[in-house]
Write a protein that binds this ligand. Structure first.
Ligand code: RAM
Length: 539
């Protein structure tokens, strides 16, 4: 079931745990957390100055319905005095994750009351233009990026303690004494990241749109790289397996912070459910904690994330260390495969795959499982533990054959999922990654599904990543490049400085949480064009 059905059914976030199990022997979890903590990075700080003053303008031709219009140079601010009710909006010229600081002084006969200021931070123009009071989404409103600050004594240098993800900041003087005005100076942000040296830009001979897509991917990844690979610095700020995998891949060909990946893998290993299942997400503040949400496809993809890391680094000690964790995932998830080799939805687990609620997840989940058994088998080889995975080849064969029987429709060149025989992009992609579809079948299926107006399409860059990657696996290089240009390029053309959590070109108000005000516009899982362009020979 998808997230909505899962919550409606009142299913507990933690599906019933199995008997306790200690992966890697007693004390392993504590040792793994200690390793993870020893790799906690010190963040790099960069001072960023605002580029200009701006004002939002409603624009029905803009994808997100708002744009910013110039309203003067940022330096004009120093010459302005602001009274009760006055406000201004600064544009930092690009996205950042960090803290805002400014100096404030007073002018007037007497400073007989504090100055009360309201700050609103925006990743996109609409965040500033639409009053946050209208928020009616399903996530806590405490995520909304606003802050009221009282400054008692002037002049003063003020640094906002809370970290924000933003390009724009609106400052309103809510109140102060009537015979007094405030003056702002030295507004600046300290941007934070654990990304190291930025890789060189793509060659000037690369088409401009692709170069911009690459740049935006790098900025997205940079701003999500904090003390863990966060899913989005605006909201959640958490380490999720699905996001981590895609960030880590991109990181291997860009910032190359291998230790940050290792830290994240060990955090998951050290914070499992009682039975050894890795959580879908973990927190690292105030201390490493298990997220206590479990997503079946994410637990499976832990195997792929570990294998990617070992391939990128040849860190065989980590392969040996983490193999028991991977093995345990496959053991737990294998219980949901019946004797015929078919995945059976237990109905009390969250299956993610994508945020599209209409998606039938049975065939994609089968594909994820087959793919992850293959990844786990390869990891077992590298860890010198192939004997412990002795039954995997047979499982993979059985599950592949069962998938072909259950899902393949040769007359339509398509793989269809569930009782309604649903055609979706997700199903074709995962049938390809798992090898259930041959190269020829896969490319025919991807072409067929693209020509079906009613086929269920992805709504997130996360699933589009797996579609582009599936195209490459079937030798469809030109189509892969085209999709990157139209999908990620579509966000660039809509003004994205960093790539978004959800993007459905035909629905600008799509939000998994029923309000775009809480959508994240710098989202980890959308950074992979840089990986495709730099690491997959797409250019
Ligand atoms: C979103 C998170 C994260 C993702 C989960 C499934 O809420 O932001 O990106 O991994 O959903």
């Amino acid at each position: 079931m998808n997230r909505r059905e899962f919550l409606q059914a009142g299913a507990v976030l933690a599906a019933a745990a199995q008997p306790a199990w200690t992966q890697g022997g007693a004390g392993a979890a504590a040792r793994w957390i200690a390793i993870a903590e020893s790799l906690k990075p010190k963040l790099r700080e960069t001072v960023r100055k605002p580029a200009s003053l701006v004002r939002p303008v409603a624009d029905h031709t803009a994808f997100l319905r708002w744009r910013m219009e110039p309203a003067g140079a940022a330096t004009q601010l120093a010459g302005r005095t602001l009274r009760r009710g006055d406000s201004f909006i600064l544009d930092f010229g690009g996205h950042l994750t960090g803290h805002l600081a400014f100096s404030i002084s007073g002018e007037g006969s007497a400073v007989d009351s504090p100055v009360r200021l309201k700050f609103t931070f925006g990743e996109v123009a609409g965040d500033i233009a639409v009053p946050l009071e209208t928020y009616a989404g399903t996530l806590s409103r405490a995520w909304l990026p606003e802050e009221i600050v009282n400054v008692d004594f002037l002049p003063q240098r003020v640094r906002l303690p809370r970290r924000y993800a933003f390009r724009y900041v609106k400052v309103e003087v809510m109140d102060t004494s009537p015979n007094f005005a405030a003056r702002f100076a030295d507004m600046e942000a300290t941007a934070l990241t654990s990304a190291g040296e930025r890789p060189a830009a793509l060659a000037a001979s690369v088409p401009a749109l692709l170069r911009r897509i690459d740049e935006v991917s790098l900025d997205t990844l940079r701003d999500c790289m904090q003390t863990v690979f966060e899913d989005g610095p605006r909201r959640d700020r958490r380490l999720w397996i699905g996001d981590l995998r895609l960030q880590a891949l991109t990181n291997y060909v860009t910032f190359r912070n291998y230790n940050l990946v290792k830290r994240c893998l060990y955090l998951f290993a050290g914070l499992p459910r009682e039975d050894g299942l890795v959580a879908a997400c973990v927190y690292d503040e105030p201390k490493p904690l298990c997220g206590r949400q479990y997503i079946m496809d994410y637990s499976a993809l832990y195997a792929a994330t570990v294998l990617d890391y070992v391939r990128a680094t040849r860190d065989l000690a980590a392969a040996r260390d983490l193999w028991p964790v991977v093995r345990r995932q496959m053991e737990i998830l294998g219980q949901f495969v019946n004797r015929d080799g078919l995945f059976v939805d237990p109905k009390d687990w969250w299956l993610f795959i994508d945020w599209n609620d209409d998606l039938d997840r049975i065939a994609p989940m089968q594909g994820v499982l087959v793919y992850c058994y293959q990844q786990a088998l390869e990891l077992a080889r590298l860890a010198g533990a192939e004997r412990e995975a002795a039954d995997y080849p047979d499982r993979i064969r059985r599950m592949t054959a069962a998938a072909r029987d259950a899902f393949y429709n040769p007359s339509q060149n398509l793989f269809l999922s569930g009782p309604a025989r649903q055609a979706s992009w997700a199903t074709q992609a995962w049938m390809i990654h798992s090898g259930v579809a041959s190269k020829q079948e896969g490319s025919a299926a991807l072409k067929a599904v693209a020509d079906m107006p009613d086929a269920v399409r992805p709504v997130t860059p996360y699933l589009y990543h797996y579609v582009v990657d599936a195209m490459l696996a079937c030798g469809m290089k030109a189509q892969a490049l085209e999709l990157i240009q139209s999908y990620w390029g579509g966000m660039v053309q809509a003004g994205a400085d960093t790539f978004w959590e959800v993007y459905n070109p035909s629905n600008p108000s799509l939000s998994p949480y029923q309000s775009v005000l809480v959508n994240s516009y710098c989202h980890a899982w959308s950074c992979t064009p840089a990986w495709f362009l730099r690491g997959r020979g797409l250019l």
